[in-house]
Design a protein around this ligand. Sequence first.
Ligand SMILES: C[S@@+](CC[C@H](N)C(=O)[O-])C[C@H]1O[C@@H](n2cnc3c(N)ncnc32)[C@H](O)[C@@H]1O
Length: 254
Amino acid sequence: MIQIDLENEEVMIEGPEGQERHALASREAFEIISDAWLRCGWDNKYVYSFTWLGRPVIQMPEDMLRIQEVIARVKPDLVIETGVAHGGSLVFYASLFKAMGRGRVIGIDVEIRPHNREAIESHELFPYITLFEGSSIEPSMVKEVSSQIHPGEKVLVILDSKHTKDHVLAELEAYAPMVTPDSYVIVEDGCMEMMAGAPRTEADWSWNNPIAAIEAFVASNPDFAIEEPEFAFNEGNVTKRVTYWPKGYVRRLR
Ligand SMILES: C[S@@+](CC[C@H](N)C(=O)[O-])C[C@H]1O[C@@H](n2cnc3c(N)ncnc32)[C@H](O)[C@@H]1O
């Protein structure tokens, strides 16, 4: 249980180790309230309320801002994203590439609904986007996507399709080798672990989730490590992302 006392400017949390009190101005209070806000946002389907340049994008705004910081630093020539849905995230990466004067994005989805395909293909940023329809882990799809990488291109991969442990692990095995050193494979929706038990979740989410896949992958692939990208700017007190992608940044070390 948490209590937020705005008058006395403190937050109280009742945990297994008893009651903790934190000043509202503390980093701890911010993290406690943020975790509660993420869970409340889940129950209210908050992420299903945003668009980017006209296309619905199913993401937390902070996650978009933070991934923008990473893309601005890494400057990939190619982003490969699994999981297209309405295409908002593809349009978002395309808009960054237009602004940066470099880069393009490949989107893969098992089903691109006709109205979504039409809207993406008629978008002014479609010249930056290539769509592939089919399962991301089909060997023929992996081969096709791999063949799109030009020699010397810097590649960043984003996994946002089916979020079961097995599927994400198969995607990591297939797509992480395409990532160039010092770039990332970014695995979305590790928040499933902390949402277990909430509405619209499955009983197995506590273990059958992207974080389980990430941990299994890095344990057997020493060229990759879970690594939080540093904030590009920080004059505040907060040092942790408020995110649906905990442990999601997997950097290729070499
Ligand atoms: C969470 S949505 C993607 C959201 C999108 N990236 C965004 O930010 O707006 C997940 C998508 O993954 C797709 N998907 C599910 N299983 C898949 C698979 N095996 N291969 C590729 N895509 C899959 C679904 O069709 C769905 O459109």
